[in-house]
Design a protein around this ligand. Structure first.
Ligand SMILES: [Zn+2]
Length: 314
């Protein structure tokens, strides 16, 4: 990511919502930005995390070390505070396994996941565990106090299976994490926190979370990346429309004879093998499967093949 937002509430106690990944650049930027508000890192007392991704909580421990702040994590993200090393190892594993069941060894995508890849290894250099006595678990159902207001906490999986957003029903402001952004979020590959060992289908969850967000009638979204924005439901509609269009395209390709992940991917993302596209492609297949439009079966190499089910239409 080029940038990530850390939202500051100065009163009643200096509080950050998310705090960037742990790099020298992020650290300097946070320091500089706090200074423009008359604060230093040592003044931070509370850090509230929206979801367990490196760009949102990687630097939390560093802030804790300098300030003694307490980090608040929902029941979904809580284990990541202390156990990021172990949990990242199992998240990496499920990402690798997911792809290796989709592409054969001759695919250009295979190499990205079959060997130790820098993406997996470099992650933990930007994401440190937080000592247990500085981590507090909050339950979504109880809401959370930030900046002198009581925020409703809403579980919003899709982009991340650990993601929560914070809603203030008076102002209808939403601290929207990576659920609502100006650019549609991608569904990453993660374990279902309620069903350990199972991958949570990201895009179907994201679509469901979009409807939940729409029902809130948010007046302004304060996202995890890019600028705050006000045309919230229009943005949701636009992003949902595009997801539907792309899912339908994927379905048409399967009907017309593309039955494996590789050929579907190369059709939908020509010349663009990058992670967000790779996971989005899995998302379209998850949606089609969940809607009962396609089936998948393993071929003799153990690689999934997708078939359109008869007597169905999009
Ligand atoms: Zn993010």
């Amino acid at each position: 990511m080029k940038s990530v937002n850390s939202w500051l509430f100065k009163d009643p106690i200096p509080t950050l919502v998310d705090c960037g990944e742990y790099t020298a650049d992020s650290w300097d930027t946070l320091k500089m930005q706090l200074k423009t508000h008359g604060l230093e890192i040592k003044d931070i007392q509370k850090i509230v995390i929206t979801h367990a991704h490196v760009d949102h909580m990687g630097m939390a421990n560093q802030v804790v070390q300098e300030s003694g702040a307490t980090v608040y994590l929902s029941e979904y993200a809580f284990p990541w505070g202390e156990h990021v090393n172990e949990l990242w190892a199992s998240r990496s594993q499920i990402i690798k396994e997911t792809f290796l069941k989709l592409v054969g060894p001759e695919s250009p995508i295979h190499g990205m996941f079959s060997t130790g890849q820098s993406f997996f290894n470099s992650m933990l250099s930007m994401w440190e565990p937080i000592p247990k006595d500085h981590v507090v678990k909050f339950e979504s159902k109880d809401g959370i106090d930030i900046g002198g207001r009581h925020w409703e906490v809403i579980y919003a999986p899709g982009h991340s299976s650990t993601q929560t957003v914070f809603f203030d029903s008076d102002s209808r402001h939403l601290l929207s994490a990576d659920m609502l952004l100006n650019i549609a979020p991608t569904p990453v590959i993660e374990i279902d926190p309620l069903q350990p060992g199972t991958r949570q289908p990201g895009l179907p969850k994201l679509i469901e979370s979009f409807s939940n967000m729409k029902a809130l009638n948010v007046s302004k979204a304060f996202p995890g990346h890019y600028d705050a924005f006000e045309d919230v439901n229009e943005t949701i509609d636009r992003q949902l429309k595009r997801i539907e269009m792309r899912t339908q395209h994927c379905y048409t390709l399967i009907k017309e004879g593309s039955h494996d992940y590789n050929s579907l991917f190369l059709n939908m993302y020509p010349n663009r093998i990058h992670f967000p596209a790779l996971v989005m492609m899995i998302g379209y297949l998850d949606v089609l499967e969940e809607r009962g439009l396609i089936s998948k079966e393993k071929d003799e190499q153990g690689i999934f093949r997708f078939e359109a089910l008869p007597h169905q239409s999009f």
